[in-house]
Design a protein around this ligand. Structure first.
Ligand code: NIG
Ligand code: FE
Length: 412
């Protein structure tokens, strides 16, 4: 099956060779080709170029993209889209003055979602989660990382990871799974942290590894959740079982989580709303990708990741949604890109780099995703006719997506 797209007004994020990420300085440049064509063979990108050089090819289908942009699908490297029910009551409680922390201390928050998840069967959770996955695919996401972490019991965590595996088998979108048993301490382990960590490490992790249910390991390193040394124990155990760390750090407090992530060569450190100068320095010249989650800052009214300071220090940055029922009930990467520009002062070029190639790095898929490169997966967005790609963040509430292709298949 050969698909030919012609007269593309601008083809974005074109990279001749596979690069794994772009650094702070390089993020300012978004390589594009104006008046371009793109050739797809089966599920892969097989050729592209300027229209004047269009070779004579017989295509099964030809699409005229006059006036439209084509760009790689978003790589959303941080989500929790497998969950049960919602937390809309907590949303209203926060409007009425309670803080995220106060709600958690009353037994709400992550523990509220854990109760709902443990009360739901696997089929119910799968059905709710697939709706969210289909929604984000329609919004242009072609690769997504999904975390466990609302089970907090052996049965609940394994149930979540099996749902993630089933989603990855049933949908063309590329899915990576992360074990986040260390998301919060269940009430029965409130005074026995080591007991819960032992359960995660000695009982649940071996089972996950045996059934190949996760590629990454995560912990919520934060005051009131997992300390740095508890997080280090979790990362160390994960690494022994072949799971690379990708951790939640610096959401509300800077307590040394960034440094711990760097020490254990985490693939990414995520959130980073509160960054001390030493946290930025610690990330320099490392293989750890900083990930910002601006729609979480938006929803909780907390600070935004200081992107300008980080980019000025030469750090790369990725953008992800954090789609979850408590702090970000939205999986819209278009909104994330717009909010990064509007609130974090990232340029459109930086934000698109952060949501594609750097997002791909942060979930370990840059060999196959994140850019228009020959041999990569044919996962791309076709926009409606727009004057320039600035429209993507500028017209922040408008859906500018006309079509989404994932691995060569049209989704919408
Ligand atoms: O990334 N910060 C920790 N975990 C999630 C939110 C969890 C929840 O409130 O359900 C996050 O924001
Ligand atoms: Fe998260």
């Amino acid at each position: 099956m050969t698909l030919l797209i012609i007269n593309i007004k601008e083809l974005l994020q074109v990279r001749e060779t596979t690069i794994d990420k772009v650094s702070g300085a390089e993020m300012a440049v978004l390589p594009t080709i104006k008046n371009a064509y793109l050739v797809i063979k089966d599920n892969l990108i097989s050729d592209y170029g300027i229209m004047e050089n269009l070779p004579a090819i017989t295509a099964d289908e030809t699409i005229d993209a006059t006036g439209k942009m084509v760009l790689p699908t978003w790589c959303d490297s941080h989500t929790h889209i497998v969950y049960a029910g919602n937390r809309e009551q907590e949303f209203v409680d926060r409007i009425n003055g309670l803080s995220y922390e106060e709600i958690a201390n009353r037994g709400g928050g992550i523990l509220n979602s854990a109760n709902k998840l443990n009360d739901s069967n696997e089929e119910e959770i799968y059905n709710q989660s697939k709706e969210r996955l289909e929604e984000v695919m329609r919004l242009g996401t072609g690769a997504v990382e999904i975390k466990s972490g609302y089970g907090l019991t052996k049965a609940g965590e394994l149930k979540m990871l099996r749902v993630i595996k089933r989603l990855s088998q049933n949908y063309p979108v590329t899915i990576k799974a992360t074990f986040l048993g260390a998301h919060a301490f269940p009430l029965e382990y409130k005074e026995n942290h080591q007991g819960y960590i032992d359960l995660l490490i000695n009982d649940i992790l071996p089972e996950i590894a045996k059934d190949d249910l996760a590629q990454y390991i995560d912990a919520f390193c934060e005051t009131g959740y997992f300390t740095v040394s508890e997080t280090e124990q979790i990362m160390e155990a994960g690494i022994k079982f072949g799971l690379k760390p990708k951790i939640h750090v610096n959401q509300f407090n800077s307590i040394g989580g960034v440094q711990a992530g760097v020490k254990y060569e985490a693939l990414s450190v995520d959130h980073l709303e509160v960054m001390k100068p030493e946290d930025i320095i610690a990330l320099k010249n490392t293989t750890t990708m900083p990930v910002a989650l601006p729609s979480c800052s938006y929803f909780l009214s907390i600070p935004y990741t200081p992107a300008r300071e980080m980019i000025a220090a030469g750090l790369p940055l990725a953008l992800a949604t954090d789609y979850n029922p408590g702090s970000t009930p939205s999986g819209n990467m278009n909104f994330v890109v717009a909010t990064a520009c509007i609130k974090m002062k990232m340029t459109p070029e930086e934000a698109i780099n952060a949501a594609t190639i750097n997002g791909a790095y942060a979930m370990g898929v840059s060999v196959t995703h994140g850019s228009i490169t020959i041999g990569k997966r044919a996962s791309f967005i076709v926009t409606k006719p727009i004057p320039s790609y600035y429209q993507l963040p500028y017209a922040f509430g408008t859906n500018l997506i006309e079509a989404v292709y994932i691995e060569g298949k049209i989704i919408i």
